[in-house]
Design a protein around this ligand. Structure first.
Ligand code: DWN
Length: 390
């Protein structure tokens, strides 16, 4: 059942070079499947249409993510000594760079991003994750003890093929570790901007365990982590592997049921919250503008694209965005065509209010911009509800 309509949206990571550039748009409708609990976007695009040779997102540009994946790699190395690891969707090597080249193989379909991993000396195949590829890898490298994938599996339309390919190449006593935004955290934070063309699915424990069942896989353990505004790191095993399920799995199941993730009424309530958020956010920006103050955006994120296009926020409100990614600079925010500039440190003398496009890195950004905060510069965010910070 469709429970949310986020309107017509452009592709979140296709940044127009010119203001007059024509963009493809699609209707962003969000669906809840009552049978298996899966929440997904209705119009699903194939990877080849999204992840191309000029993909602009680089995970390494955030210190928070480098630190988080650095800590996780250490944990994996300590726990699973001398195991070989495969990463699906390794981006620019933010995780993989922590392993020795001979022990780790990465898969990354976007050639520009794969190239930057290869230049760091990593072993990376520029390929999409398919069953055919898993056969090719098995022939050349054998099976793997650990398969890791962060913020990637939810981006692939055909989950049956994803898990069939994983099963094909994971050792019988191996582990699949995946990390993706948590549906429960999304609902709690009213973070509707986690929905866009790349986030085809947003997993909960309940939905993921249903999907895995069909593939003889089960969640052994899980951790709620702060990454990207609240994610879950799932440790998954083959069913015939005798490791006992951890209490965290039972706790998460209880928590999700308690919060109604298995009930349509929860999603309808969420829709109402999102609709109110839109009204309140636009009113907040209008009030700021009425007082003749300036607003800019910080972090030209995929998430911001959803917010701006859903709330119809353009240069009437936000003058420009700052972003540290060279591939996004001197282009425009998709749909609403707000210019994106090369980042310079915030100063109260050139801006009063800053919209946190990258609200998931609030801590990192506030640390970096402490001078601006001391100068009484303000931020605005729509998460968990529209407000001015501090
Ligand atoms: O799943 C996905 C996540 C992991 O990354 C992808 N589908 C696409 C992308 O989504 P996003 O664009 O919403 O991700 P981020 O990580 O929130 O993007 C942060 C953006 O903000 C980057 O463009 C870098 C920029 N940034 C900045 O300009 N200054 C980030 C920080 C921390 C900063 O200080």
């Amino acid at each position: 059942m469709i429970f949310l309509d986020l309107g017509y949206q452009p592709f979140a990571n296709e940044f127009p070079k010119k203001i007059k550039d024509k963009e493809k748009k699609y209707r962003l409708l969000i669906d809840f499947n009552k049978k298996n609990g899966v929440v997904s976007i209705k119009k699903k695009f194939q990877s080849k249409k999204i992840f191309k040779k000029d993909y602009p997102y680089r995970s390494s540009l955030s210190e928070t993510m480098s630190k988080s994946f650095g800590e996780l790699s250490k944990k994996i190395k300590d726990k699973y000594k001398k195991k070989r690891i495969l990463e699906i969707g390794c981006n620019d090597g933010v995780f993989l760079k922590n392993f020795k080249k001979k022990d780790a193989l990465g898969i990354e379909p976007c050639s520009n991003i794969a190239k930057s991993s290869i230049q760091k000396g990593l072993n990376v195949l520029t390929e999409y994750w398919t069953y055919k590829l898993s056969n090719k890898i098995k022939k050349k490298y054998g099976k793997f003890d650990i398969i890791f994938s962060a913020n990637t599996i939810t981006h692939i339309q055909n989950l049956n093929e994803v898990f069939k390919a994983i099963n094909n190449i994971l050792n019988e006593d191996g582990f699949l570790i995946i990390q993706d935004p948590s549906l429960l955290e999304l609902i709690k934070n009213n973070a509707y901007d986690q929905f866009y063309n790349e986030h085809i699915y947003v997993f909960s424990y309940l939905s993921l365990s249903n999907i895995l069942k069909k593939h003889n896989l089960e969640i052994l353990n899980l951790e709620n982590v702060k990454d990207h505004g609240g994610s879950i790191r799932y440790y998954i095993k083959k069913k015939n592997n005798k490791n006992r399920l951890n209490q965290s799995v039972i706790n998460q199941k209880r928590l999700e049921i308690k919060n109604g993730l298995d009930k349509i009424a929860t999603y309808i309530k969420f829709r109402k919250k999102v609709e109110n958020s839109k009204i309140n956010f636009v009113n907040l920006l209008k009030k700021i503008k009425k007082n003749k103050k300036t607003i800019i955006g910080y972090g030209a994120t995929a998430k911001a694209v959803t917010v701006l296009n859903y709330c119809k926020i353009n240069t009437r409100y936000i003058d420009f965005f700052f972003d540290t990614t060279p591939e996004k600079q001197n282009k425009f925010m998709p749909g609403v065509k707000i210019p994106i500039r090369k980042y310079v440190k915030l100063k109260k003398k050139f801006v009063d209010y800053v919209f946190l496009g990258a609200w998931n890195f609030k801590k990192e950004i506030f640390n970096k911009e402490n001078k601006f905060i001391k100068q009484k510069g303000k931020f605005v965010s729509h998460v968990p509800y529209p407000k001015i910070i501090p």
